[in-house]
Design a protein around this ligand. Sequence first.
Ligand code: ARG
Length: 464
Amino acid sequence: MTQPAGKNQMWSGRFSESTTELVAAFSESVSFDRRLYRQDIAQSTAHARMLARVGVLTAVDADAITGGLQQVLAEIERGEFVWKAELEDVHMNIEARLTEIVGDAGKRLHTGRSRNDQVATDIRLYVRDAIDVLLPLIDRLGLSLLDLAEAEADSIMPGFTHLQIAQPVTFGHHLLAWREQIVRDRSRLVDARARLNVLPLGSAALAGTVYPLDRHFVAEQLGFDAVSENSLDAVSDRDFAIEFCSCAAMILVHLSRWSEELIIWSTPMFGFVALPDRFCTGSSIMPQKKNPDVPELVRGKTGRVIGDLNALLVLMKGQPLAYNRDNQEDKEPLFDAIDTVTMCLRVYAEMTPHIVVKREACRAAAARGFSTATDLADYLVRKGLAFRDAHHVVGAVVGFAAKAGRDLAGLSLDELRGFSSAIEADVYDHITLEASVSARKTYGGTAPEQVRAAIARARGKPLV
Ligand code: ARG
């Protein structure tokens, strides 16, 4: 049967006219889904082998197909492959080129398969590969945080609530808080990976197929843990992509919070840290400027990925079973989320080991903010005052010290006793910054010994 010129050979049998150029341009996806080529070729190779195993294809055809697919792969990777928008998507581009290379065998590859289960399989493989890139990046970043926390286990900085100085904490403790966040992010990715590692192929368009496919064989070839249980679900749901984007958004929300802190801390007003020059940029007009562009961009890009997650959720919400073309719109947000979270983690993994902590400035800031006021109140409680009374006394002491421009530990014993006769000389063992952090020895607390214990636990335990 001959085809009218310009018509898509893959599906135009029943059509009496070609799509208009506008519709073709509107509906093509090869401009962005071509990046699935590796997954598509891996899947087609496994499918062809399986078809030969179950006797649907001859071994000769299967060999021709798998050999031809290798050639297509090489052409793509050498940059020689000619992608054609009129062939719509990555799947049809590859199949058409395969058929040019191997002839009729290429036309038999699609037996028992639809682009619906094909694309669902490709994306799962793609997201799985992306997760496998992200996990080691998170591990690297987590290790850098442990190393830096170890170096700063005794360094004192103000701990904040409401961004007001609250109590002194150790810098190492603060860094370990960051690490906890990405450890949970990592486990979320691992969970998402386990749930998505299920093979849709064999679901065909929506209902399964008449060919005696060995789906478990294909699953094994492609490293899937299981085959999907329901063909309608497998071709249509993109919850795994949504779940991935949610993990990516959470990672970025965490990195964005760190970024916010680094940006504030690196201003001259704080001066807690210095970022290496190679992670900053200058101003074209103000010669003194050193701008923390990397954290700023990470904070900014977080908005994009939250948008990607939102796009996928809204894309899915109105779709009846089973496949709808809407789903073609899953790729750009998903790819954007993958690219963005990968870059942001990469840049943080590079930068973190080189963050310079300015210990003196951190300590001085903690000393300025009456951050040991709670310790003085706790001291008075131990001397017999009720906590509310102690709180009141210390409030008055702080008011006095603020007017005098001095820190609590800088007040004389006489001055302190003017507020409560319960105060004795041993008060200074409790209201210095060092005494304050050392006293917070609860499991998970800020005391240097607890920070070191937490680091030792973290080093001894593989991440899951
Ligand atoms: N490019 C399409 C997508 O991404 C492939 C599946 C097309 N299926 C169809 N029935 N038109 O979803």
